[in-house]
Design a protein around this ligand. Structure first.
Ligand code: 13P
Length: 251
């Protein structure tokens, strides 16, 4: 059975000291009870080694927000999948719309990143999603299907190791959330194309997270949908009580 996951994406927020403080606070909040979902926090690269050292791995996993599309070498400023894994991080967000839009990440680059992440034992959280204009023109399925090409070259064994996240770009950081029906419709579509490619069993086992202005007040109505297996959380992951409120939507 597929896992429910709540993953935080800190984006370019928090100094090292602030990040350590937030990770400590989350660790303490989660220490008491057993969450009904897996919890992941994805932090800037420089936080990874410190944060993995302080969180209880039984309560929370740590991930990066990106990795390089090259294995190693003369790529000034880049951070490889092997380097991420060497910090103790277990996950890596790939294909986030901000990376696609602001840093020119293409389907082909993302295919390389996903392969390198998997080769280094990381679980990619692979993001897809349409912009507003595409939704207004009813192109969302087409756009998302094209983005999935980065992961559809994987073997079935490798595909079954990844997590997907649907993040409609118009809902990210805007306070405008997809309705539960819009989220369910797209998640079901994504699962259907995964089933066509890899078969029903792998599609049924694939966790598909929703991202875009998810908060404690709307998490439950989103997560209750049969094809929504948790969330990828931006703004609300920066405050321990909000993030916990979203995790509690699975209680
Ligand atoms: P917000 O939750 O801030 O809308 O961000 C969502 C997101 O981009 C997570 O990756």
């Amino acid at each position: 059975m597929r896992k429910n996951i709540v993953a935080g994406n800190w984006k370019m927020n928090k100094t090292l000291q602030e990040g350590i403080a937030l990770a400590k606070e989350l660790n303490e909040i989660l220490a008491g009870e057993k969450a009904n979902c897996d919890v992941v926090i994805c932090t800037p690269f420089i936080h990874l080694a410190s944060v993995t050292a302080l969180v209880d791995p039984a309560k929370m996993a740590v991930g990066a927000e990106n990795c390089a599309d090259k294995e190693s070498g003369a790529y000034t400023g880049e951070v490889s999948a092997a380097m991420v894994a060497s910090t103790g991080a277990k996950y890596v967000i790939l294909g986030h719309s901000e990376r696609r839009a602001y840093y020119g990440e293409t389907v082909a680059m993302l295919e390389e990143k996903v392969k390198l992440a998997l080769a280094n034992g990381l679980t990619p959280i692979f993001c897809v999603g349409e912009v507003l204009d595409e939704r207004d023109n009813n192109k969302q399925n087409e756009v998302v299907a094209a983005q999935m090409a980065s992961v559809f070259s994987l073997s079935a064994a490798d595909f079954s190791k990844i997590v997907l996240a649907y993040e409609p770009v118009w809902a990210i950081g805007t306070g405008k959330t997809a309705t539960p029906a819009q989220a369910q419709e797209m998640h079901a579509f994504i699962r259907s194309i995964v089933a066509e490619k890899y078969g029903k069993e792998i599609a049924d086992d694939c966790s598909i997270l929703y991202g875009g202005s998810c908060k404690p007040s709307n998490a439950r109505e989103l997560f209750v949908n049969p094809d929504v297996d948790g969330g990828l959380i931006g703004g609300a992951a920066l405050k321990a009580s909000d993030f916990k409120g979203i995790i509690d939507a699975f209680n």
